[in-house]
Ligand binder design. Structure first.
Ligand code: NAD
Length: 480
């Protein structure tokens, strides 16, 4: 059985306590690896290694760090196919998606921040002939990075790359549900010659390893992506310790479709924004709001397209939807579908588990599900489902669309479909979300601020925002 080891102080090692957790392949429901079941002792070792590595990492200078990160990216590029296969097995996502999106984006994260830091400058404020202020941005020290299971290597590298580029050393924890590719990254870091202790990866459960990272006094900044409830727990522990916190949390994203949109492009993209990665992307649009004059046409065309999606073996390049990530998550999503029925919703397609044949018969598959007939206030339209389930609701006016779109506790992303330029601007201003896509979805420029409002998070990642998070700004004022 393959072992997912920790990467601490430049070595692949088991947990100090010698315990293991099972790592399941969602496509088959079988255990495909065991994971180091670490605890605070492993985190302690990782923090000590990261602290010892800090002076050397900073002494390398921006160019030295950038060059090493580019080497790691080149090795990921070399192993793209192996990483994509491993991601697909570990997460259940279609191999085609891992090849096209997850791994290329993980590589891009390393390349982007290795480049960005070379072009990063700092501010100066001249007070006439009184004084000169300049901003000195110094790395915060050892950064804690905790990531979820939906885009495993993609989101893991989205945190550690800016931290490393900024001159921090890192103690990172991938999700215990999908830790496989992070361990592969650890081995590539050894091959690339990353100095021991610069990046440390500790595997294990959130309440043990994640909590130990959050509470460790030697980690002054924690960057977390995951569920809103976990984010609240991390904030509860970290805030009184005055740690820097970046929290990327859940969502219940609206897709607002006006009748004047380009219908074919909207339809194609709305199928993608609903069901890519089995709907398990924090940016997926799960509440589809449609102007009433277009509603019936949209509903019929959408359901026809969704019925044509292929749920199947993630290893088959023709598969549209693979397995959802775990048995517990499958049951949670099926529970939400049952709730939608109880609330009076009509399931237009899907609504059930899909049982495949042969070695896939115990896998965790759900048919893409479209529900209509529910109002904006019900639990189905308020709670994050994070699976292949969307609801349709009609609206009559722009004001009603805005109030429905904004009417949840979340505020991560919104998608807007209209060809009316003035309306696009008006709506974009009015939407309470950190990201608004107009006539597109998941178009990502890594320089832009990324994050959510309300219970979708605190702080922004991406570009200079991320480099700022992993540094402390110091103002130096010199009398002229
Ligand atoms: P989760 O909150 O259960 O776990 C995320 C990570 O936190 C895991 O590594 C987990 O082990 C760790 N963790 C759990 N308990 C912890 C604790 N007490 N202290 C510290 N760490 C702890 O989330 P998940 O189920 O892995 O991911 C799905 C959620 O992530 C969804 O809500 C989704 O919306 C959200 N998400 C948000 C974004 C974003 O950018 N806003 C991106 C992807 C996923």
């Amino acid at each position: 059985m393959e072992q997912v080891l920790n990467y601490i102080n430049g070595e692949m090692v088991p947990a100090v306590g010698g315990a293991w957790l099972n790592d399941h392949a969602p496509a088959t429901g079988q255990v495909h690896a065991v994971i180091a079941d670490s605890d605070e002792r492993d985190v302690q070792r990782a923090v000590e290694a990261a602290q010892a590595a800090l002076p050397g990492w900073q002494a390398l200078g921006t160019e030295g760090r950038s060059a090493l990160m580019m080497r790691v990216a080149d090795l990921m590029q070399r192993d793209l196919e192996a990483l994509a296969r491993a991601e697909s097995v570990d997460n259940g996502k279609p191999i085609a998606l891992a090849r096209r999106m997850d791994i290329p984006r993980a590589i891009a994260n390393f390349r982007f921040f290795a480049g960005a830091v070379l072009h990063w400058d700092s501010e100066a404020h001249l007070m006439d002939d009184v004084a000169l202020n300049y901003t000195d941005r110094q790395p915060v020290g050892v950064a804690g990075c905790i990531s979820p299971w939906n885009l495993p290597l993609y989101l893991f590298t989205w945190k550690i790359a800016p931290a490393l580029a900024a001159g921090c050393t890192v103690v990172a924890k991938p999700s215990e549900v999908t830790p496989f590719t992070a361990a592969m990254l650890g081995r590539l870091c050894i091959e690339a010659g990353l100095p021991p202790g610069v990046l440390n990866i500790v595997n294990g459960l959130g309440p043990k390893v994640g909590a130990a990272i959050t509470a460790h006094p030697g980690i002054p900044a924690v960057s977390f992506t995951g569920g809103t409830r976990t984010g609240a727990e991390i904030a509860r522990v970290a805030a009184p310790m005055f740690k820097k916190l970046s929290l990327e949390l859940g969502g219940k994203n609206p897709v607002v479709i006006f009748a004047d949109c380009d219908f074919d492009e909207m339809l194609r993209t709305t199928v993608r924004s609903a069901f890519t990665n089995q709907g398990q992307i924090c940016l997926c649009g799960s509440r589809i709001l449609v102007e009433r004059s277009l509603y019936a046409r949209f509903r019929d065309a959408f359901v026809e397209r969704v019925n044509a999606l292929r749920v199947g073996d993630p290893a088959d390049p023709a598969t549209d939807l693979g397995a959802v990530v775990s048995e517990a998550h499958m049951n949670k999503v099926l529970g939400h579908i049952a709730l939608a029925r109880e609330e009076g919703g009509t399931v237009l397609c899907g609504g059930h588990r899909v049982e495949l044949d042969g070695h896939l018969r115990n896998g965790w598959y759900i048919a893409p599900t479209v529900i209509e007939g529910l109002g904006p206030a019900c639990r189905t339209n308020q709670e994050e489902i994070f699976g292949p389930v969307v609801t349709l609701q009609p609206f009559d006016t722009e004001a009603e669309a805005l109030s429905m779109a904004n009417g949840t506790t979340y505020g991560l992303a919104s998608v807007l479909w209209t060809n009316d330029l003035k309306r696009a601007h008006r709506m974009a201003r009015g939407l309470h979300s950190g990201i608004v896509w107009v006539n597109c979805w998941l178009v990502r420029d890594l320089r832009t601020p990324f994050g959510g409002m309300k219970q979708s998070g605190v702080g922004r990642e991406g570009g200079h925002e991320a480099l700022r998070f992993f540094t402390e700004a110091k103002n130096v004022c010199i009398r002229l």
